[in-house]
Design a protein around this ligand. Sequence first.
Ligand SMILES: NC(=O)c1ccc[n+]([C@@H]2O[C@H](COP(=O)([O-])OP(=O)(O)OC[C@H]3O[C@@H](n4cnc5c(N)ncnc54)[C@H](OP(=O)(O)O)[C@@H]3O)[C@@H](O)[C@H]2O)c1
Length: 289
Amino acid sequence: MDKSLQIVITGASGFVAKNLRKFLSEKNVQLISISRKNFKSFKNETKIISKNYDQKSILPKIKNSDAIIHLIGIGKESVKTDYESINVQLTQKIVNLSKKAKIKKFVYTSGLGVSDVTSIGYFISKLKAEKSVIDSKLNYTIFRPSYIVGKDDLFTKYLKKSIKKNKIVIPGSGEFSIQPIYIEDVTKLIFQSIIDKKFNNKTLDLVGPEIISFEKYIQLFIQNKKIKLHHIDIEDAYHLAINDSKFDYGVDDLNILVGNFVGDHKKLRNLSQMNFKSVKELLKTGALL
Ligand SMILES: NC(=O)c1ccc[n+]([C@@H]2O[C@H](COP(=O)([O-])OP(=O)(O)OC[C@H]3O[C@@H](n4cnc5c(N)ncnc54)[C@H](OP(=O)(O)O)[C@@H]3O)[C@@H](O)[C@H]2O)c1
């Protein structure tokens, strides 16, 4: 059954996409991967390079696919790129394309903390994107991830770079709750959501089995290395985030930390019947270094 599956992936060069494409390729899924830039393809993979995901170049190639996994998203705005155009409008465009192409399943990665009462622009854009997926009447699974961690995610890369510089910046108290989930569990779950009907038309928190503080996570990451943890007052952190795009954290990175978002791991475990990796154990063994 796996052999005959044809799955489309958007944002193919991103962190989740790269890991997922490798996993699905090893499962003999026929992949159609779309990115703005060229990339190295895996076995059974068709590449589409498209800057603006225009219908003409994409629609004929993705027709009647079994699923689309929409992994395009931004978590920081700039003059050049904003939430409305990427998280909202581009998602709506991909939803429309998927309907026209008669794709059977839509998987979307939103964000942990998205809710009807949120006041954060990032979460509002993800909520609007979720709504366009749900309103499409396509069969969907929406995941709301906490930090997805692996060897090559943005935060891990930041920590590795900071270790080299012997300075890790921690905003405020560092006592923010996070519920990280390992990338290999994420790729398995996304695949399961496509082949297992129990995931149909559900919105699920994509969270790991442990809730830990942000600072504790960093301490476990650096193991016994003597690295300077530089606590910076939260007001100063926001000031720098607002005024300096090169600062270690963006405004919404800080909002997400201060928001202390945790989710329903039990629901995910019960539905998937999966054994999740302990991120704490992975950190202790240096598996993410
Ligand atoms: N990683 C996490 O911890 C986490 C947590 C919560 C939510 N999420 C969500 O999960 C999804 C995947 O996350 P990720 O960590 O893999 O993100 P990522 O590495 O930043 O990848 C996102 C991809 O989106 C595409 N993209 C960005 N700006 C674009 C633009 N202007 N036009 C078209 N495509 C654009 C890019 O694909 P190409 O370069 O291939 O064109 C990029 O590689 C995102 O929606 C993210 O918001 C992730």
